[in-house]
Ligand binder design. Structure first.
Ligand code: PLP
Ligand code: TYF
Length: 397
């Protein structure tokens, strides 16, 4: 049976976590895997989540299965969180939410849906993108293609992106990072988004927004700007939403696939397919994380506590970005690394080479992904000078 099975390498990003754990250096710094960390270097459970969980322990009546689309209250509240409470598509019953195990589950469901219901369509990913996008859509049977996004000069290439999208065959699917691009941290501005919208509309492409970091860029509402613009302009689109980061629910596997259709009747057809596809993947989704999110979003005081917590996480990241550039200034590197303060979300493509990343790890116990991606949330505000010194050393020789 199992004698001929080749071994495959593990996930390089998650592998960094093991390397970091095994490093005895007390001054080690983990800028690898994309989880939020506070000033103590911990990934805490938000207070709003704890309070919601306490309520659920007392009020939950059953652990029987939830339906194929998941927790209906979660779905209704998440739709408002993502599309806005005044969204036209919601008023016209043209938007639906199917709960999935995390943003990853939602992406896989989207991939299966495209493969089955829109056969022959390629999916176009930014170059670079989150590595799991590459393997996940291929595993779902889709042809994966790329549009330029950030070039070798470590700058956003909007013109290259638009020129490539102009050549995409009508009907194909374009994956767009709604905000806080992973891995680069480079986001489109409002003008850029309007230009992308024009091409997507003119070429009749189907947008699939990956929305994994709502609240980590410019704010919960601000980060939804592009998603809402597209939803108000285009008849049809897909969105995957993850509650892993902004609710701190990583291991509870909480997310959803949102479908917007041109008519209410079509939504019912699409949702019948999504429930059928989900049945073959995970049957029904895990309930706990969605119940927590529904409890928080459905209760004004809890929602306020949560919004404040997301805002504090966002501000910590923004101030670390600023702080690192300031720490690099005495080394004459402020200009070279100015992009760190302009990027958004947890990640920064620093521009450090794989060789420089390896040196930082070997000589300073600083862990980045070899692409040069740093998780800014992993920085320690008290030790930015030491890090700047190490960076200055590896870039100078
Ligand atoms: N999409 C992107 C861009 C991500 O960075 C992540 C991160 O983990 C995900 C999706 C999936 O998140 P989840 O943990 O909810 O599956
Ligand atoms: O990019 C990251 O670091 C996060 C976390 O297989 C992650 O998105 C990384 C790899 C992976 C799953 C999640």
């Amino acid at each position: 049976h199992f004698g001929q099975i080749p071994r495959v390498p593990g996930d390089p990003i998650l592998g960094l976590m093991d390397l970091y754990r095994a490093d005895p250096n007390p001054a080690k710094l983990d800028l690898g895997v994309g989880v939020y960390k506070d000033a103590q270097g911990l990934t805490p459970i938000p207070r709003a989540v704890k309070l919601a969980e306490q309520r659920l322990v007392d009020s939950e009546q059953t652990k029987s299965y939830i339906g194929g689309h998941g927790d209906a209250q979660f779905g209704a509240l998440l739709l408002r969180q993502v599309l806005g409470s005044r969204a036209i598509a919601l008023g016209e019953q043209r938007a639906g939410c199917t709960q999935a195990p995390g943003g990853t589950g939602a992406l896989r469901l989207a991939g299966e849906f495209i493969a089955k219901c829109l056969p022959g369509r390629s999916i176009w990913l930014s170059d670079p993108t989150w590595p799991i996008h590459e393997t996940l859509f291929a595993a779902a049977g889709l042809r994966v293609q790329h549009y330029p996004y950030v070039g070798a000069d470590n700058r956003l290439d909007v013109d290259g992106m638009l020129a490539a999208l102009q050549q995409v065959p009508p009907g194909d699917v374009v994956l767009l990072h709604a905000c806080c691009h992973n891995p680069t941290g480079f986001d489109l501005n409002h003008d850029d988004w309007l230009r992308v919208l024009d091409v997507v509309r003119a070429r009749e492409l189907l947008p699939l927004f990956d929305f994994a970091y709502q609240g980590f860029g410019d704010g919960l509402e601000e980060d939804a700007w592009a998603v809402r613009l597209f939803a108000e302009t285009l008849p049809e689109m897909l969105i995957t939403s993850s509650c892993s980061k902004n609710f701190g629910l990583y291991r509870e596997r909480t997310g959803a696939l949102i479908a917007v259709t041109s008519e209410a009747q079509r939504l019912l057809d699409v949702r019948s397919q999504l429930a059928s596809l989900a049945r073959n993947l995970w049957s029904t989704p895990p309930a706990h994380g969605a119940a927590v999110v529904a409890t928080i979003l459905g209760d004004e005081p809890l929602r306020q506590i949560w919004q404040d917590e997301v805002e504090r996480m966002r501000q910590r990241i923004a101030s670390l970005r600023q702080g690192l550039v300031e720490a690099l200034t005495p080394y004459g590197l402020a200009e070279r690394f100015a992009h760190i303060a302009q990027q958004r979300g947890m990640f920064s493509y620093t521009g450090l080479t794989a060789e420089q990343v390896r040196r930082l790890r070997a000589e300073d116990s600083v862990y980045l992904v070899e692409s040069g991606r740093a998780n800014v949330a992993g920085l320690d505000a008290e030790r930015l000078d030491a890090l700047a010194k190490a960076i200055a050393r590896v870039v100078s020789n």
